[in-house]
Design a protein around this ligand. Structure first.
Ligand SMILES: [Zn+2]
Ligand SMILES: [Zn+2]
Length: 191
């Protein structure tokens, strides 16, 4: 145990993965789940992950900036002793591990496959919300009309024109352009 008040993110992801598949009648051994989470994070083994001094397992936002991928999963899982992991699509497995590594939704407090960090690619997002909660609570969450719908913001971060801080004024600029065109048309009509 660490003296940190945050839980160990790896342990949480292992727990989530095993529970998720248990609910689908697939029993994943703890060692295999630990290995899979380590592989998703780019390590050859759980041991390699644990002995990396740069890896901060208590950082709740680590999934937001760590490089992840299915390469090592695809390399190592076939070599494991027989496990249901070998019958899963790597993409689905990766989505489950991602959800397990990410914090729980700040609204429903559940880990979710549709979990999204708030804001635009912040290293330390202000919070995390699942898609269902983001869509249900329109007074709390909003989308920027210029960012793609993949980015969820707190409503307070979106101005009355529906823009995020990055895109602040973007639609005003468009309005000015329209005005310019309108006054140009007027000019030609009057001259
Ligand atoms: Zn939620
Ligand atoms: Zn935007």
């Amino acid at each position: 145990m660490s003296d940190s008040k945050n839980p160990d993110v790896i342990d949480q992801a292992v727990h989530f993965l095993r529970e998720y598949y248990h609910g689908r009648d697939l029993e994943i051994r703890s060692a295999h789940a630990h290995a899979a989470v380590s592989h998703f994070l780019g390590y050859n083994s759980k041991k390699a992950l644990q002995s990396d001094p740069d890896f901060e397992p208590f950082d709740v936002d680590l999934i937001n900036y760590r490089e992840v991928g299915t390469e090592k999963l695809a390399e190592h899982i076939p070599r494991m002793k027989e496990t249901p992991l070998q019958r899963l699509s790597m993409r689905d497995l990766a989505a489950v591990i991602y959800a397990g590594l990410a914090p729980a939704c700040e609204c429903c407090e559940q880990k979710s496959l549709s979990i999204t960090p708030l804001g635009y690619e912040e290293r330390e997002p202000d919070g995390w919300v699942c898609q269902t909660c983001a869509d249900e609570d329109e007074s709390a969450y909003a989308y920027c009309k210029f960012c793609s719908d993949d980015y969820v913001y707190r409503s307070s971060e979106i101005n009355h024109r529906g823009e995020c801080a990055e895109h602040d004024g973007e639609s005003v600029y468009d309005d000015e352009e329209l005005e310019d065109m309108a006054s140009l048309a007027e000019y030609f009509q009057n001259h």
